[in-house]
Design a protein around this ligand. Sequence first.
Ligand SMILES: [Zn+2]
Length: 256
Amino acid sequence: MSLTPEQLERYARHIMLRELGGPGQQRLLNAHVAIVGLGALGGPAALNLAAAGVGKLTLIDDDDVSLSNLQRQTLFRTGDVGRPKTEIALRELVALNADCKVVVRNERLTTGNATDLASDADCILDGTDSFSSRYAINEAAHALGIPMVSGAVGRWSAQVSVFRSGETRGQPLADRLPCYRCFVSEPPETEETCEAVGVVGPLTGMIGSRLALEAIKEITGAGESIAGKVWLFDGLSGDTRTVKLRPDPHCPVCGD
Ligand SMILES: [Zn+2]
């Protein structure tokens, strides 16, 4: 399938990139990304992926827009308060780019439905703020053998990582990639959600966009995957650092 004249114009700034070009754009148009959570991270990630021409997005969230979301969740307008996030996201993304088929699932992802919700996705993007949701996404990504692109924000700091354990299943430990559960083996006793500790608004747009960037890299093979690493950012100092993660041989998800 070749790109139409409209697509050549719409995606011109991608097509001129050596690492993407026409073939990379075609891969994006053929790709399916499942986004779990349409809040501070999933919203900007969804906008960026729809704009980039990802062919199908499955949006999974069961929340309504609330007034306290609007300080950072730029997908929503004041008049959207009280409406389902999936409904507003569908409206905005379809208006942005008709190349992007948007499927909405107004439900909460659990270990019971995760594999079904993400089936035939090329990549699953974690925009949630709970450890139980992240564990469910991780198990589904591992079982389906697809990358989990994950971000977290709180106060002034953030982290981003990609988990691809499902692709190295059964290989010797030295060749395996870690899963999310290798990184966070047990949930902390108190969950530091944005609701509990606060978060500076623009940090969430930055990290949501970064998740979209890593998803585009995973889909097209551009550059180097950050799988097996966690990238940490401190917004107060502006410092970043990258930490290597190791696969845990005793991990209940990907271990022996
Ligand atoms: Zn693991």
